[in-house]
Ligand binder design. Structure first.
Ligand SMILES: C[S@@+](CC[C@H](N)C(=O)[O-])C[C@H]1O[C@@H](n2cnc3c(N)ncnc32)[C@H](O)[C@@H]1O
Length: 195
């Protein structure tokens, strides 16, 4: 998986439309958007796995989902969930004109706390919603049998995410082929399921 670092662009703006990153000049958000070690690595991870389908839990304005979509040359299905209607609307408005045409793209107002089972399978699922231990563990459980690769954001920056992810990996070790931590700004944990 070290190849992921080789696939990282120097800046996400070299490979994506920078206007999608709405808050790139906002002092409260510009730090991580412009740090060159955050969205660049989502792009690189997607280039490494080349998923044809992606689900993201927690889209906010769609920045990481957009970076993942643009990284894969094989993408045909993109689904986002966010519990906030405003973020669902912004993600749709922001990404629709900027992702390649022909992609089946859908963003839904869904609170994953209310979801017991995902109704579709995906190649890759990115978990970036509620950061509490219980919600992270719950979102991870939703991925079982539903994808080949899981990304968990904020593995270093959120203790509750790290604890829940490590607990989940221990509890499900028979199902998991390998795991890896990507050394990004906040840490991205990768779980590859067997099969
Ligand atoms: C850290 S932000 C996501 C950032 C985004 N993935 C990015 O990097 O551009 C977390 C998002 O998760 C959403 N969220 C929090 N809890 C959720 C839940 N239980 N179900 C769905 N979305 C949730 C929030 O509304 C927020 O937009």
């Amino acid at each position: 998986m070290n190849e992921i670092y080789r696939l990282k662009p120097s800046s996400i703006f070299d490979v994506c439309n920078e206007e999608v990153f709405l808050e790139r000049e906002d002092p409260d958000h510009g730090d991580y958007i412009n740090c060159r070690d955050h969205y660049e690595l989502f792009y690189a991870i997607s280039k490494y796995y080349e998923p044809d389908s992606i689900l993201e839990i927690g889209t906010r304005n769609g920045y990481s989902l957009y970076s993942l979509v643009m990284g894969s040359d094989y993408i045909n299905t993109v689904v986002g969930y966010d519990k906030e209607d405003d973020y669902v609307a912004t993600t749709i408005e922001n990404l629709s004109p900027n992702i390649p045409s022909g992609i089946n793209f859908n963003v839904e107002a869904i609170d994953t706390k209310e979801v017991d089972e995902l109704n579709s399978n995906y190649r890759l699922i990115h978990i970036d919603g509620d950061k509490s231990f219980n919600s992270t563990y719950h979102d991870l459980k939703l991925t079982r049998g539903k994808c080949r690769v899981v990304l968990v954001s904020d593995f270093y920056s959120e203790r509750s995410v790290r604890d829940a992810t490590q607990r989940f990996v221990y509890d499900n070790k028979e199902r998991i082929k390998q795991t890896h931590v990507v050394e990004s700004l906040r840490g991205i944990y990768i779980i590859e399921y067997r099969g």
